[in-house]
Ligand binder design. Structure first.
Ligand SMILES: [Ca+2]
Length: 358
């Protein structure tokens, strides 16, 4: 309009300099997501902190996909529950017939009180403990679930922006289906976590972890948390800087479920089949799980990224290559998820503002 009003009578319309086309608006279903361009990367790690299941390092190619910029929050999960009436695994009575399949044969049925709905809550001891015995700091807590993360007397009031926790794998799948999304594969998760940096130890590069980079544990685990990062437990999403793709909390805060079943030798088996040096295309995990930590469970799914409990003395799993797993019905106070989408790539190449407004 301004250019027209300034046009002199009889003159031709002024030529305006060409401008870059406006990025296409992000579809509502993708708000809060970041487009991760596909590519190749070195999956796994040989870092001194790496565990055997992170080897061998091998080349992997993934296709482009959208990923939630943050862990799924309490507000987002509450919207799902409100819309669907969904009841999480931790809110249902424990199914003894299912549970006994994950226990040694002949395990007696426990007292009915211990089969009431509940989940595992981090209960720090006040003294150093044997780090081989996680029962020293995890307590089965009746009434603990996503609405009551620390137990029945706790709430999520005022914690809309905190990551939802105590979600079992099937809870995460149910949310993803409702949202028109899916869980990421291990390969997609690790590619995204690396933020465009290949073969680095951490999501920010090779510099060591510190309290400004992510929400982990400072001090002596599990009895003394010095709180240098300001958080004893989970932090609101986006409390720490994003990675190179604009993804938050890919290191620490809460663990994140993936779609793949777990085996400690996943990578060795892939390389054996594909051949050494071959780029493995879009791996989706093994057909059957094998989890030495849960030897009686037929299913065990990968989770990634570490949590507010990660500490180098025990579990340096804030590294993007670190792998962990649980049976699908497990809920934990430090385990959540984020989703991905196979929606088409944005029509205009992203220029650093891929994150849609929330
Ligand atoms: Ca995380």
């Amino acid at each position: 309009m301004l250019a027209t009003s300034q046009t002199q009578p009889g003159s031709t319309a002024p030529t305006t300099p060409p401008t870059a086309p406006e990025p296409a608006p992000t579809p509502p279903a993708l708000v809060g997501m970041v487009y991760i361009p596909g590519g190749e990367f070195s999956m796994g790690s040989t870092d001194p902190l790496a565990r055997p299941d992170e080897a061998p390092v091998h080349r992997v190619r993934v296709r482009g996909f959208w990923m939630d910029a943050t862990e799924v929050t309490n507000a987002q999960f509450a919207a799902f529950v409100k819309a669907t009436g969904y009841v999480t695994v931790a809110e249902r009575p424990v199914d003894w017939e299912e549970l006994r399949k994950q226990l040694p044969e002949g395990t007696p049925k426990p007292d009915d009180k211990t089969l009431l709905p509940g989940s595992l809550v981090f209960t720090p001891p006040d003294h150093p403990v044997d780090l081989r015995d996680f029962s020293q700091w995890w307590t089965w807590t009746t009434g603990a679930n996503w609405r009551h993360p620390q137990g029945p007397s706790s709430t999520i009031d005022g914690k809309d922006a905190y990551p939802v926790v105590h979600v079992a794998h099937e809870d995460a799948l149910a949310y993803a289906k409702w949202a028109g999304k899916r869980l990421p594969s291990e390969a997609e998760w690790e590619f995204a976590a690396r933020g465009g940096l290949d073969a680095k130890v951490n999501v920010w590069g090779d510099e060591p972890v510190d309290a400004k980079r992510c929400n982990t544990w400072q001090g002596h685990f599990p009895d003394k948390n010095t709180l240098e990062d300001g958080f004893a437990g989970a932090a609101p999403v986006k409390s720490f800087p994003p990675n190179g793709y604009g993804l938050y909390d890919m290191a620490g805060n809460v663990w994140e479920w993936c779609s793949d079943l777990y085996r400690p030798d996943t990578y060795a088996r892939l390389v054996l089949v594909a051949g050494s040096g071959v780029v493995i295309d879009n791996p989706k995990g093994p057909e059957k799980a094998l989890d030495p930590r849960n030897p009686y469970s037929a299913l065990s799914y990968v989770h990634r990224g570490g949590s507010f409990l990660c500490n180098d003395s025990y579990c340096a799993s804030y590294r993007p290559s670190a792998r962990m797993a649980c049976p699908p019905d497990t809920g934990l106070m430090h385990l959540g998820f984020r989703c991905v989408s196979d929606a088409p790539a944005p029509s205009v190449p992203a220029t650093g503002s891929q994150v849609a407004p929330r």
